[in-house]
Design a protein around this ligand. Structure first.
Ligand SMILES: NC(=O)c1ccc[n+]([C@@H]2O[C@H](COP(=O)([O-])OP(=O)(O)OC[C@H]3O[C@@H](n4cnc5c(N)ncnc54)[C@H](O)[C@@H]3O)[C@@H](O)[C@H]2O)c1
Ligand SMILES: O=C(O)C[C@H](O)C(=O)O
Length: 354
């Protein structure tokens, strides 16, 4: 074979993958089979729900992450277009698209990290728990496939209601015999991102300098910002504490109402999800001292799942930090949060055990 036939083979191979829908392949876009662009030493990441409001921005931002070598985009609709679009970005990660249930397992085999933003979002007037009936089943199905195809992957679960979907995922993994509590993380990073932003506004600081621990869960009163532990150390008036706590707890609803029926937070969520996923990948790489808040299987309180600061490492969660000293306002908030969380956790567990 001369150089010309090598070149035409290469061109034919690439061209044959440009429009798989026309060729009735409608599925596994083989764009990823073209030459690796240099990210061979990174991690393999799958996004389930990649064509959605969060999924698209998240996919784009993960394609920009130098720690990612392979990016699998899975959804039940529209992945061919999203994949073709994102695959033109001149960053190292190789992108492959997967469409529909039949391709779910192919999307998951060999993944190091699976991020799940699949499911329906809220409309005005709904609570996150109102999404349970649809999203519980979606999360269950996706986690069954994860247990089968990449049981050692770190899972970042975004789909609401997170307070219940994480317990569902845990039950699915337990039933499959693959449960590693340290590798299942409910993403509450958006609460921290919001808290940092709103606190920085009040203090007149750059939000990047602010660190607010947010514990509990991811819905209403279960979102508990610990304003007494803000870094840099600072103090608030009682009025500021009530304003900030309520704004952080209602941040999601603020966006849902502003979008007026067109969904919930997608852009800030994609930002938060990437911030969290990047922390998980740096921890997987072996970087030290990575501490984030996440909703996890936990012994920090008497509840089986709770969001708090955790240290991430190669095995996922490697250390749980205690809540630290709370003031009266926070102690009262914690009791309210635990009461509601207990119900949401139980709801998830009993759904999965049915
Ligand atoms: N954890 C958080 O902080 C947080 C923040 C924002 C939104 N959310 C939640 O994330 C979820 C997604 O929000 P969105 O705005 O991206 O919604 P969206 O409707 O824009 O996108 C959801 C995507 O999931 C896909 N999907 C549905 N069923 C699927 C299945 N079985 N397998 C794979 N994909 C499937 C849809 O096709 C769609 O593309 C919602 O449940 C929302 O409440 C969580
Ligand atoms: O509020 C929602 O329904 C979406 C998400 O949980 C959020 O906090 O923005």
């Amino acid at each position: 074979m001369g150089p010309n036939s090598d070149a035409s083979e290469r061109i034919a191979r690439i061209a044959s993958h440009l429009n798989p829908m026309e060729k009735n392949e409608c599925c596994s876009l083989r764009v990823g089979n073209c030459r690796s662009k240099g990210g061979a030493s990174g991690f393999k990441v799958a996004i389930l729900g990649a064509a959605g409001g969060i999924g698209q921005s998240l996919s784009m931002l993960m394609k920009m992450n130098p720690l990612v070598s392979v990016l699998h985009l899975y959804d039940v609709v529209n992945t061919p277009g999203v994949t073709a679009d994102i695959s033109h970005m001149d960053t190292a990660a190789v992108v492959r698209g997967f469409l529909g249930q039949k391709q779910l397992e192919d999307a998951l085999i060999g993944m190091d990290l699976v991020i799940i933003p699949a499911g329906v979002p809220r409309k005005p007037g709904m609570t996150r728990d109102d999404l349970f009936n649809i999203n519980a089943g979606i999360v269950k199905t996706l986690c069954e496939a994860i247990a089968k195809c990449c049981p050692k992957a770190i899972v970042n679960l975004i789909s609401n209601p997170v307070n219940s979907t994480v317990p569902i995922a845990a039950e699915v993994f337990k039933r499959a015999g693959t449960y590693d509590p340290n590798r299942l993380l409910g993403v509450t990073m958006l609460d921290v991102v919001r808290a940092n932003t709103f606190v920085a506004e009040v203090l007149g600081l750059d939000p990047r300098e602010v660190d607010v621990p947010v514990v509990g869960g991811h819905a209403g009163v279960t979102i508990l910002p610990l304003l007494s532990q803000v870094k840099p150390p600072c103090s608030f008036t009682p009025k500021e504490i009530v304003y900030l706590t309520e704004r952080i707890q209602n941040g999601g609803t603020e966006v849902v109402e502003a979008k007026a029926g067109a969904g919930s937070a997608t852009l800030s969520m994609a930002y938060a999800a990437v911030k969290f996923a990047d922390a998980c990948l740096r921890a997987l790489r072996g970087d030290a001292g990575i501490i984030e808040c996440a909703y996890v299987d936990s012994k920090v309180t008497e509840l089986p799942f709770f969001a708090s600061k955790v240290r991430l490492g190669r095995g996922g969660v490697e250390e749980f930090f205690p809540l630290g000293p709370l003031n009266d306002y926070e102690r009262e908030g914690l009791e309210k949060a635990k009461k509601e969380l207990a119900v949401s956790v139980e709801k998830g567990i009993s759904f999965a055990r049915k």
